[in-house]
Design a binder for this molecule. Structure first.
Ligand code: CUA
Length: 326
């Protein structure tokens, strides 16, 4: 109906309908309330206007009335809150077996890397019907990953990973924007997400001869000498990294942290920040010595060490598309 003047961006993810439903509910409630207030303002202005010979009556208060007008709005607001919180948690928590895409934002472009090793700039190809988790970082300033058709927006920060996820429901090409002012060409920091039918996606994926991200990471791991201390056979000078991903780690100072993407990243750049219990802070920092892409590859490799043992490591899109459809 609104083909020439769309009120909404296309709805192309599972989140889109939920977000729109809440948005419409908010608009309808606000419109009804505004309407009721306008009607009452006009009604009271006419009904209680100044008339010769009529004196105003003082009312000292009515508990029943005050309680009513507190409880009803409270309940309405709690509906906003409960509904909003439900969508928020859904949007914040990527499903367990999501395919992962490493993203590096920089002035002024988006760089994507699939677990299979395919790299893309300002364009991201994903199949329909797959949970996709974006693991994002910035090389310089704060950017924001915004795909209106999926109803997701997530700040992308330097020095750490942030995560967003979506489940595309419709093939097509959708706008990708940077939604955080990041300098001169901020408005040009746009791209597209191309959602393809699984069959087309496989054909696209089969196109380039690339090596998986985790393999690149493994080569770097050997090249940078990580493997001399982080041994898998006997106990080395550093912790054995097999099976650690997403597992709790006991630290020297008695704290426990979960070995997630951000922990692995931090341990490479600032090894002394959170030393594992029983180890010495011997590891040199790799801050400034490896690029964000290399860092992503190393993180992907460490995660793959957990996948092999049947744990939750980084998932590739191909592993995903091969899974039976529900
Ligand atoms: Cu990047 Cu605005």
């Amino acid at each position: 109906m609104f083909q020439s003047m769309p009120l909404w961006p296309p709805r192309a993810s599972t989140l889109a309908n939920n977000v729109d439903a809440l948005y419409i509910f908010l608009i309808v409630v606000s419109a009804l309330m505004s309407f009721a207030i306008f009607i009452m303002v006009i009604f009271f202005a006419v009904r209680y206007r100044r008339q010769p010979g009529r004196r105003a009556e003082q009312i000292d208060g009515s508990h029943a009335l005050e309680i009513t007008w507190s409880i009803i709005p409270f309940c309405v607001f709690m509906v906003f809150f409960g509904w909003g919180a439900r969508i928020y948690f859904q949007e914040r928590k990527p499903p367990q077996d999501s395919a992962e895409i490493y993203t590096v934002a920089k002035q002024w472009m988006w760089k994507f890397e699939h677990m299979e090793g395919q790299r893309e700039i300002n364009e991201l190809h994903v199949p329909v019907g797959r949970d996709v988790k974006m693991i994002m970082t910035s090389q310089d300033v704060i950017h924001s990953f915004f795909v209106p058709a999926f109803r997701i927006k997530q700040d992308v920060l330097p020095g750490r990973y942030t995560v967003a996820w979506f489940h595309p429901t419709k093939a097509g090409t959708y706008h990708l924007f940077c939604a955080e002012y990041c300098g001169t060409s901020h408005s040009g920091m746009v791209g597209s997400v191309v959602v393809m039918e699984p069959k087309d996606y496989e054909a696209w994926m089969g196109g380039g001869g690339t090596q998986p991200l985790a393999v690149t990471g493994q080569q770097l791991f050997a090249q940078l000498g990580c493997a001399t201390c982080h041994r898998q056979d006997t106990q080395g000078r550093g912790p054995n990294l097999v099976g650690i991903y997403n597992k709790p780690v006991l630290l020297e100072d008695g704290r426990t942290v979960v070995a997630d993407d951000n922990y692995i990243r931090e341990s490479i750049l600032q090894p002394a920040a959170k030393v594992v219990n029983g180890f010495k802070p011997l590891m040199p920092t790799f801050q400034g010595q490896i690029s964000d892409e290399q860092l992503n590859a190393l993180v992907a490799y460490v995660k793959s060490l957990s996948q092999a043992s049947g744990q939750t490591g980084g998932k590739s899109m191909a592993a995903a598309t091969a899974q039976p459809q529900m």
